[in-house]
Design a protein around this ligand. Sequence first.
Ligand code: F6R
Length: 244
Amino acid sequence: MADPHLVVVDDAASLARAGADVVADVIRADGPVTIVPATGETPVGMYAELAAVRARGDLEAGAVSIVQLDEYLGLEPGDRRALFGWMDRTVLQPLAIDDSRVMRLPTDGDVDAACAAFDRDLGARGAIDLAILGLGTNGHLGFNEPPSDAASVTRAVDLTPDTIAANARYWGGEDDVPTRAVTLGLHTLLGARSILLLVSGASKHAIVRRALEGPVGEDVPASFLRTAQGAVTVLVDRAAWEGA
Ligand code: F6R
């Protein structure tokens, strides 16, 4: 366990480029690589940057395995709000990673039992090489909403009012945001060989400081990054780090 490596960059474009360098290095490593890619707005520029690197012929990602980070519950098949669709548009298609390489979170039937089976399967595959994460304004990682402890497993969760308010911008309004979701647990994320946390914009200033400089605890799930087993890189733009 080591302190997170903090990198402060000028702006969102620099964040995208610096993040893409980190991810490309992992993808270019010898042997099979497993990545957890966050959806949400923050990593979109970085994924576009990776797609550009691939388009230039400098990155081959077809052999990467993907583990889904989180997904809403209660959606009909084909619902435009599915996070799988978001990941498909921003990560899988641009990087030419086939759907068959994705370990999808369970959303049907007995979700709790299916999540336990999912964690067993994931454990049998070995550690995740890289978890790419964004930071909720309430300190969540994935949909590990506060309070979430470091041992939390893959499970169904109720989204907090903060998250519903923050995600309303994706889907039109708060009434359009699903209220339940399934998420990889912090136990899985903190066990990754490496973690890349991306934080952009002044709206994340207070929470990124709390996560990295405040007390470690379940009220700010991202604070547990300071207890992660692997290498943690926190890439922050100046607006997020300085709050202006
Ligand atoms: C998305 C996810 C969330 C987001 C976080 C930040 O898959 O897991 O934890 O990473 O809410 O979202 P943005 O980047 O939209 O501010």
